[in-house]
Design a protein around this ligand. Structure first.
Ligand code: TRP
Ligand code: ZN
Length: 887
């Protein structure tokens, strides 16, 4: 191991920086293998620092130091400074006045396969600095509370790097000898170095503009490889939509005259909000009707919105330290969720977000890496860009909006921006602003920031016919998580509605209150608390946690009949869908038990009746209709079981799908036919909904092994002019017996071999295939010429899709899936530690499986731990998985 005991960083140890950087002038002489960097820092002692040191500690990694000069004329030697693997310490710097330090170093972008710092992607040079990548470019105070004015000059070959970009405004440019040129950029806004970016390459540009609410005209530019320019239009429209939305909903206007987005094909995450120069994974920019699905279109708009919204929630107001990551990420995710909800369907977006939270974040919160949305310790911060910080963080912001109401929440956000513009602040500062603006005490609510684990909300109901009252007793508990045994009660907003047995709404009126309403937000603050509703002549059915008003698990015994009733009558779109999910889950769990006890499976007629009702209702929102027809995923079912039985879950769920397909085949055929039209290129809710419902129907029908349906799938595949229909049909062909499987996969590859993002889909589709030979296919695909361990999108679409999206085959009882993943993680560890660590996700949940699988999974984690070059990223996740920290 490189570092036998990597250091843990604690929130409680935070201290202010000893020095501040007033401004920096950076000069890059660009070259693939030897880029030289000259950094001229104007530094000043931080008056707020308590420390007595006279040394300046700069951070830097993998840098070749060439020169250090003080105040432009004093050449420093090794007597004046000391270098270590990750620091440059300058002794005895001036304390009373500002001083200038010029540092010259060189870096090798081509050797940088970790894709952090300055690296090469398809011949283009680009940077990724969040969280701690800037220190791989030059020595710096690489921490978010050091905010600096940046001036950046880029110099490079005119043919290789005709486009030279950095943050802010383009100030000057010129020509040099040897076919080189230069450009100087200046960012007028102070920013932490994690928001720095540069891009250089042969890039094409799509241009447009946006006029802000105050009448300023902003130039919008999307850069991509020339071949991809025809796939940038949707991203541009999304950007304009996001800019308008942030003005209308949050009163936030854009601040620079230029907004640039660059699409790069090698990227560790989704996208990055660098000031005025976002860098994006191509996956979240490029779309054409024939190459991208409806989901891709939606996600592109969501991610473009997300990065744009960061300009206020992240950049203008940034984080004091990385423990505060959810300050910008939780809030920004909440903002992008609402944006997408407004642009598409609120009901559908909410369900999709909750689905993801409950399948993936709940699993994280129940596993060895569980942490609060504001973690209090980490080894490698890259490991904390998690579903908890992002998605649960967004739920916490959403609860604030629920508690304060939309207006109160807006008052709070206005005050937050007013108070903290230009500052690096904490999650507490955010809650403080919400408190002050609304004149309330959120003391108990703050526990959501410090407590990990998914709370369990237990509901008991007692109806008193004589008094015409209903008493709901709500109780909360939270399971222990690593490092946190005891939990204090949280403030949980529980939105409740009551429904009469005829399906009409019963009004909610709590005892002692005069007002009544369609639903009510109960504020649970105690471990257990009772709420009594009055004026109920008959016992109503309770609709609990409407809109999923808190990120908790509800325990409330319900009969299948009651769930079927709610599926028919709940006026809350989330809970209506949720009732159907619970109904299906209960039925599938019953079948799982049948399988485990060698009983034959039989489908409960209640499921048939419920499905029939849904099928025969007229749904204005076809996407919502599609969700009602979708059974809970295998991973969500697994999440709810005490011990995951992968095979039984798969078999039971498939049995239900097939039974429904058989029973309803004529309705499903009709639905398919009425909704199957060529509306390629149309992305309105109607066209998207028709594609979605049609593809759901084809999915069911494909289980039937029916020659005519196989023809339908083949025709849809062959004639499709949009990717939603083409990949939808291909998935049905590949996941069910079909004579043309090989031929279709081959022709798809032929057709799309020059579209990397489509080829990613081709890999992922096969990696998640349910057919028996899936593992052999994965092994073969690893050898495919188009596979590439240095491209994170490819890795995710093959190794990630197999390990996280194909439970049936990944968890094969003989352990071959685990061993395969172990091998790949060890290989990736040396190439790209961040991606390697993400791939470990599939092994961290070993405790959820049977004893034999536990042994096999742990064996791989132990083998990974013996890698002698193990990175901090992989070390932290593997070691914590084997040994959850207990204090
Ligand atoms: N801040 C980015 C976002 O919008 C996250 C991100 C992008 C990131 N690239 C990264 C985080 C690389 C860590 C490392 O959510
Ligand atoms: Zn973000």
């Amino acid at each position: 191991m490189r570092d036998a005991n990597p250091k843990t960083i604690y929130l409680k140890d935070y201290t202010v920086p000893d020095y501040l950087i007033d401004s920096v002038a950076l000069n890059f002489s660009l070259d693939e293998e030897n880029t030289s960097v000259i950094s001229r820092l104007t530094l000043i002692r931080n008056p707020a620092s308590q420390s007595t040191t006279t040394a300046l500690v700069l951070l830097g990694e993998k840098l070749t130091l060439l020169r250090v000069v003080l105040n432009d004329d004093i050449e420093l030697t090794e007597q004046h400074y000391q270098q270590s693997e990750d620091t440059l310490i300058i002794h005895n710097v001036p304390q009373q006045h500002s001083f200038v330090l010029t540092i010259e170093n060189s870096i090798n972008p081509k050797a940088n396969t970790a894709l952090e710092g300055l690296y090469l992607s398809n011949g283009m040079l680009c940077t990724q600095c969040e969280a701690e990548g800037f220190r791989k470019i030059t020595y710096f105070l690489d921490r978010p509370d050091v905010m600096t004015r940046f001036t950046t000059t880029l110099e490079g070959d005119k043919d290789r790097y005709p486009v030279l970009l950095s943050n802010g405004n383009k100030m000057a440019h010129g020509e040099l000898a040897n076919n080189r040129h230069w450009v100087t950029w200046e960012d007028p806004f102070r920013k932490p170095c994690y928001l720095f970016a540069l891009v250089a390459g042969q890039l094409a540009c799509l241009e447009d503009n946006f006029t802000t609410c105050s009448g300023r005209q902003i130039s919008l530019q999307i850069f991509a490889e020339p071949y991809d320019l025809d796939k940038c239009g949707h991203a541009m429209q999304s950007l304009k939509n996001a800019m308008l939305w942030d003005e209308q909903v949050y009163g936030r206007e854009y601040d620079l005259d230029l907004y640039m987005i660059v699409a790069v094909s090698h990227f560790n995450m989704g996208a990055m909000e660098n000031k005025g120069l976002n860098v994006f994974n191509t996956k979240f920019v490029l779309a054409r009707p024939d190459t991208a699905t409806d989901f891709d279109y939606e996600h592109i708009e969501g991610v473009i919105g997300h990065e744009y919204f960061h300009n206020w929630t992240g950049n203008r107001v940034t984080c004091r330290d990385w423990f505060q990551l959810s300050l910008k990420e939780g809030f920004t995710v909440f903002r992008d969720q609402e944006f997408t909800g407004d642009k598409t369907s609120k009901a559908v977006k909410r369900i999709e977000d909750v689905n993801m939270l409950r399948t993936r974040q709940f699993a994280e919160d129940a596993g060895p890496m569980a942490h609060p949305i504001r973690p209090d310790a980490y080894i490698e911060i890259n490991n904390f860009y998690t579903l908890t910080v992002y998605e649960k963080g967004a739920e916490v912001v959403r609860m604030l909006r629920t508690l304060l109401g939309a207006e109160g929440f807006r008052k709070g956000s206005d005050l937050y921006f007013e108070r903290h513009d230009g500052q690096a602040v904490t999650c507490d500062d955010f809650v403080d602003a919400m408190e002050t603006a609304n004149g309330i005490d959120l003391g108990q609510f703050r526990r959501w920031y410090s407590q990990a684990g998914t709370p369990i909300l237990t509901v008991h109901q007692a109806y008193n016919a004589a008094a015409q009252t209903l008493t709901l007793t709500l109780a909360q508990t939270c399971p222990p998580t690593p490092g946190q045994r005891l939990k204090a009660p949280l403030l949980i907003p529980v939105t409740v509605g009551l429904i009469n047995t005829d399906g009409t709404a019963a009004l909610c009126r709590l005892t002692g209150q005069t007002e009544s309403s369609q639903d009510i937000i109960l504020q649970l603050t105690e471990a257990q608390q009772a709420f009594t509703f009055e004026g109920l002549a008959q016992q109503p059915v309770v609709s609990i946690l409407r809109g999923f008003s808190a990120p908790v698990k509800v325990v409330l015994e319900r009969s299948l009949d009651e769930l079927a009733f709610l599926l028919s009558h709940d006026s809350d779109t989330f809970n209506r869908w949720e009732a159907g999910q619970q109904l299906a889950s209960q039925i599938i769990f019953g079948l799982v038990a049948d399988l485990q006890n060698n009983r034959t499976m039989q489908l409960n007629p209640i499921m048939i009746q419920a499905f029939e009702k849904v099928l025969h209702h007229q749904w204005p929102d076809l996407s919502y209709f599609s969700l009602l027809l979708s059974l809970p995923s295998e991973s969500y079912l697994a999440e709810q079981l005490p011990v995951v039985d992968v095979e039984a879950i798969h078999t039971a769920r498939e049995f239900v799908v097939r039974s429904l397909a058989e029973h309803f085949q004529s309705v499903l055929r009709k639905l398919y036919q009425t909704n199957h039209r060529d509306e390629s290129g149309q992305f309105d809710a109607g066209a998207i909904g028709r594609r979605r419902i049609k593809n759901i129907c084809l999915g069911y029908l494909s289980r039937l092994n029916d020659g005519e349906i196989q023809q339908w799938a083949l025709q849809q595949f062959n004639n499709a002019k949009n990717m939603t229909d083409q990949i939808g049909a291909l998935s049905d062909i590949v996941n069910n017996p079909h004579a043309d499987q090989q031929q279709c996969l081959a022709s798809f590859y032929q057709q799309w071999q020059s579209e990397a993002l489509v080829i990613d889909k081709w890999f992922a589709l096969q990696a998640t295939c349910k057919m028996p030979d899936a593992f052999a296919i994965v092994l073969k695909l690893m050898q495919h010429p188009a596979f590439d361990l240095t491209n994170p999108n490819r890795v995710r679409s093959l190794i990630g899709a197999f390990s996280q999206g194909n439970p049936l085959h990944f968890h094969a009882a003989n352990g071959q899936g685990y061993e395969f993943l172990g091998n790949q993680i060890i290989a990736l560890n040396d190439i790209n530690p961040q991606v390697a660590s993400r791939m470990l996700g599939a092994l961290t949940s070993w405790a959820r499986y049977d004893k034999k699988r536990q042994v096999l999974m742990k064996a791989q984690l132990e083998r990974i731990m013996t890698t002698d070059t193990i990175s901090k990223d992989v070390f932290e996740v593997a070691s914590k998985s084997l040994n959850p920290v207990n204090t």
